[in-house]
Write a new protein. Structure first.
Length: 588
RNA sequence: GCACCCGUAGCUCAACUGGAUAGAGCGUUGCCCUCCGGAGGCAAAGGCUACAGGUUCAACUCCUGUCGGGUGCACCA
């Protein structure tokens, strides 16, 4: 299945033409890009302008000489030079037809796995257990799952790991609640609900209503909770036993959300898992002179003047930096990854910068050894007032489970309003769940992760424009046509020859053939919104095709070709949505 | 005080990492249902890309400064 990536084909051709002729052929070949406007063709080569300077010739002359060296006539129409020296490239339609025919019979729709797979450890979601999950956890969870699916599909070895906050101060709160406010009966009947209740009840007694579990000295309730946490960390048998008693219920609660979101982890190694290793980490860093004592604490001083990263507090407790260092060490030993991705809020950028630098000094990573450590940062979730949503802002938005329920409820309204000719009432719950989850995920993934995310039901549930629902709908329409033509994935003639007569057919074909190129961009940038942008373009191209090219009523010589186009669109949409963690629906 | 991120149409966001006339959705204004699913399509209006310099054949993109917003900076994670 060679040669399906149009961009790579062209770059390869240009590289050959440039080699032994122009300086730095690789860089110049990389200047082959998708056309900025379809009226210029399919792709364009922008190398002549800069080469003109380097070679001391007019750019248009460089373009002409370059074209004379380029082998194009088997796959391209005659390239044209435009403007200051742009080379416009347009594929021969027969070439596109041939590639689509190959894609139609290929289980991966013609998308090749990468030549050199890496091994990625992806650290995402990482909620604090025993605290209700809220919208803030959504982005990491959704983004991480999508990146895992994308990299895996491209042939990389992917290891997902949920680094749970299962050793923090929230357990002090729970233990204190357990000792003072327990409803023993309820704990037996419904442990998840009772623990959630205890957490909320104790938090109500805090003097300050912040987002943090700790912070106000002199608050008797907080002091009591802190004491319980300290006892737990010191290895107090009673508190350890309580922790072990609480954990299954905590895990059960988050597991339910993950199931609903169709999110899965290969490993769930929380902070507690690394506790036995922390003392050794500190000792080793001290012994190597990377960390030193200061004011009773132990820290890594990365700059002369700035504050250190503490790895042991003056009370002897370790910090999350210590845990993260132990985690890096463990992952390198256990998995030998080429890359470790941290899908975490951009507010922790400084922490990761310091962490990665410390890991480097520790010898765990370097330019010639160890994994690439990447903080896949994303913006905050904001309310409609553009202020970050805090847990305590409450409302219907804060609690994740309620949010998902609301999304499904809204999807139900849409389902009921829809007058689908063959609506199947028995499928209502599965359809609304898929539409509801899809809407939430897509709204998030379709936005560049680096920017803050304004939470809006209106936008999330919008059924027009670039949304999950539109994609799911486009998919269902494809399926509907195939069904009416009485073909199935098993019976459709995938070997029928493809004819791209109308310009709408050709435009759709180009879009279909660009998927590999797009997925590679999405993967190298770790940005799923590249995929949603592609799906939106594909769906629009399909819609235009659909509007202008009858399928079922097509002339008999075109019918198999157009059916095959519908089939390929359906498969591409399904694949793209699947990489985003969104399910398709056969009828909706 | 220091550091990092961000200022793009009325609103929410793109712009494939330096390419041609900065694009979508919502909202606004017009069209298109005897037609495979109108959750659609076509068109119009809307911009000094915060501002001022600089680099370049070419700047939303890179550099410097100014203004405005966000976030983070020794014992929370």
């Amino acid at each position: 299945m060679l040669g399906m990536n149009l961009l790579e084909v062209l770059r390869g051709r240009f590289y050959q033409a440039l080699e032994n002729w122009a300086p730095d052929p690789a860089t110049a070949a990389a200047l082959v890009k998708p056309a900025t406007d379809s009226k210029f063709g399919d792709y364009q080569a922008n190398a002549a302008m800069s080469l003109g300077k380097a070679m001391g010739k007019p750019p248009r002359q460089v373009a002409e000489e370059l074209l004379a060296r380029l082998k194009w006539d088997d796959i391209l129409e005659k390239p044209e030079i435009a403007g200051p020296g742009f080379i416009n490239l347009k594929f021969k339609t027969e070439y596109l037809e041939g590639l689509l025919s190959q894609a139609a019979v290929d289980s991966r729709i013609g998308i090749s796995p990468v030549a050199k797979p890496g091994r990625y450890v992806i650290d995402f979601s990482g909620p604090n257990v025993a605290k209700p999950m809220h919208v803030g956890h959504l982005r990491s969870t959704i983004l991480g799952e999508s990146l895992a699916r994308l990299l895996r599909f491209l042939g990389h070895d992917v290891i997902t790991d949920n680094h749970l906050g299962d050793w923090g101060t929230q357990f002090g709160i729970l233990i204190h609640g357990y000792r003072t406010k327990l409803d023993a009966e309820n704990l037996k009947k419904n442990p998840v609900a009772e623990l959630a209740r205890l957490y909320v009840e104790v938090r109500k007694d805090f003097k300050t209503a912040g987002d943090e579990d700790e912070g106000t000295p002199g608050d008797p309730v907080q002091d009591a909770c802190r004491l319980e946490t300290a006892k737990l960390h010191r290895g107090d048998a009673e508190n350890i036993a309580l922790w072990q008693k609480f954990m299954p219920a905590c895990l059960e609660e988050i597991e339910a959300i993950y199931n609903r979101l169709d999110v899965h982890f290969d490993h769930v190694l929380g902070e507690s898992f690394y506790q036995p290793m922390l003392g050794g980490v500190v000792e080793d860093l001290l012994a190597r002179g990377i960390a030193r004592e200061s004011q009773g604490a132990v820290g890594v001083f990365l700059t002369e003047e700035g504050p250190p990263s503490l790895i042991r507090k003056s009370d002897g407790a370790f910090t999350y930096t210590t845990t993260d260092l132990a985690t890096i060490d463990y992952r390198i030993r256990e998995f030998q990854p080429t890359d470790i991705l941290y899908v975490v809020d951009s507010r922790q950028a400084l922490h990761f910068q310091n962490l990665f630098e410390t890991a480097r000094r520790w010898g765990r990573t370097g330019t010639d050894h160890g994994p690439r450590l990447v903080h896949v940062a994303f913006g905050s979730v904001l309310g409609s007032d553009r202020k970050p949503i805090k847990t305590r802002d409450g409302k219907a938005v804060a609690n994740l489970d309620q949010l998902l329920d609301e999304s499904v409820r809204l999807a139900g309204e849409i389902f009921d309003a829809n007058k689908a000719e063959d609506a199947d009432p028995s499928s209502r719950s599965s359809v609304t769940e898929a539409v509801g989850m899809g809407a939430v995920k897509y709204a998030d993934l379709s936005q560049n992760r680096t920017t803050d995310y304004v939470f809006s039901w209106e936008k999330m549930m919008a059924m027009e424009g670039n949304t999950a629902t539109y994609m799911q709908y486009a998919y269902a329409r494809c399926q509907s046509i195939l069904k009416k033509a009485d073909v199935t994935p098993e019976t459709i003639n995938t070997k029928a020859s493809i004819h791209l007569r109308a310009q709408e057919e050709r435009a759709l074909a180009m879009q279909l053939l660009r998927m590999e190129e797009i997925l590679l961009v999405a993967a190298s940038d770790l940005r799923p919104n590249v995929i949603t942008g592609y799906l939106w373009d594909l769906a629009k191209a399909y819609s235009v095709f659909f509007q202008n090219c009858p399928v079922l009523k097509a002339p008999s010589e075109l019918l198999p070709s157009r059916l095959l186009l519908c089939y390929l669109v359906a498969r591409s949409l399904r694949l793209g949505l699947n990489l985003l963690g969104i399910r398709v629906i056969e009828r909706m």
